[in-house]
Write a protein that binds this ligand. Structure first.
Ligand code: HEC
Ligand code: HEC
Length: 305
């Protein structure tokens, strides 16, 4: 192919022009992205640092063995140990560049744990309102779920947690990465439970303990964080995780018998032969529900279209 020197010159000039404009466009896009991220990050920081004030509350904390056993059961079925460690000694839940470092605190009275001054009213403010002793929001602590516990269960839970053995475990601070900041800003990660709670709602005195859909509804609060409030599932909880399935009658569950449902939640294997990883679907937690509780969950979920 033969080019005239003139044509060659013009095309070179044109390429230079195109490159220049591409550079300008890229720079503008980059600058816009930086500005947006700065705005999002500043706005999230101010929400994370807001100090809330809630009236101090106290409830009677039992010490009988039945209440302590109930508290221990609640810790198991709500999944406190998945985040706070098997002895509630605290745990770094995640530590990478994108999501950042997420830390669930040491709930014992050992070194690095709850201060000696942590009273029943502080437990209540954490579990019912989603804030620390100083009124600052708890990050990623599902207080909007524990806020719905009955007073009887709340008291049993606190009673149990207050007498667990001390463990020394000093943990690093939370440090959110850019993906966690952006996803939380977009409401796709449950960062600030305090913003989701109806703080004026009183605790119900006690939950329906008879087997059936009413008990199932009370228990299903622990599933709603991942399967969504309508239990219809949705997008993955974080990048790299599987989508969350519909667990109402409209999903696979509609085809399952009660026995198959119970087998799935206690073995991690669905009737279709799908193996659930505990990191995705915490079936080791659901395996700790009593048969009666699982039966109630089935009745409730089957009642949703
Ligand atoms: C999804 C993970 C997750 C689950 C499940 C969970 N927590 Fe937490 N919890 C956290 C994180 C993360 C924090 C730390 C928040 C912070 O420091 O901002 C926290 C903080 C707390 C605090 C506040 C401690 C303080 O320093 O003020 C208490 C109390 C607590 N959790 C109790 C519980 C109990 C009891 C359960 C079970 C009923 C539970 N948590 C379940 C993640 C979780
Ligand atoms: C931490 C998030 C999380 C919680 C809490 C959770 N699930 Fe899941 N669940 C998932 C994810 C994610 C999957 C899909 C896993 C996969 O595809 O491998 C799943 C799958 C399932 C399945 C299989 C559905 C199907 O179509 O195969 C059932 C049933 C189920 N969950 C029931 C429950 C119930 C009941 C609860 C509450 C007691 C609950 N889950 C709590 C995340 C969760």
């Amino acid at each position: 192919m033969w080019h005239s020197p003139l044509l060659f010159k013009t095309s070179k000039a044109m390429i230079r022009k195109i490159l220049k404009w591409t550079g300008i466009v890229l720079a503008v896009v980059l600058l816009a992205a930086i500005c947006t991220y700065t705005y999002i990050s500043v706005s999230m920081k101010s929400r994370m640092n807001k100090a809330y004030v809630f009236e101090k509350e106290s409830i009677e904390i039992p010490s009988d063995s039945a209440a302590l056993a109930r508290g221990k059961h609640l810790v198991a079925i709500i999944g406190c140990q998945d985040c706070h460690g098997s002895n509630l000694e605290g745990k770094v839940m995640n530590d990478d560049g994108a999501i950042g470092r997420l830390v669930a605190g040491n709930l014992t009275k050992g070194a690095g744990g709850l201060p000696a001054s942590y009273e029943v009213s502080d437990w209540l403010v954490a579990l019912r309102h989603g804030v620390h002793q100083d009124g600052k929001p708890l990050l990623f602590m599902p207080s909007h779920e524990t806020a719905l516990l009955s007073q009887q269960d709340m008291a049993a839970l606190i009673a149990y947690c207050r007498q667990i053995p001390k463990i020394d475990n000093t943990l690093p601070e939370n440090d959110l990465g850019p993906v966690a900041v952006i996803m939380s800003y977009l409401g796709k990660m449950p960062l600030l439970s305090v913003e989701k709670i109806d703080h004026d709602k009183p605790m119900i005195a006690r939950a329906d303990s008879a087997e059936g859909a009413a008990q199932g509804k009370y228990l299903a609060v622990s599933c709603s964080g991942c399967h969504r409030e309508n239990f219809k599932g949705g997008e993955p909880l974080a990048p790299g995780f599987p989508p969350v399935p519909d667990i109402t009658r409209a999903g696979h569950l509609g085809q399952w018998t009660k026995a198959q449902f119970i087998a799935t939640l206690t073995s991690g294997k669905t009737p279709e032969g799908h193996v659930l990883k505990n990191e995705d679907m915490p079936w080791k937690m659901t395996a700790q529900y009593t048969r009666g509780e699982l039966s109630s969950l089935y009745d409730y979920l089957q009642s949703i279209q």
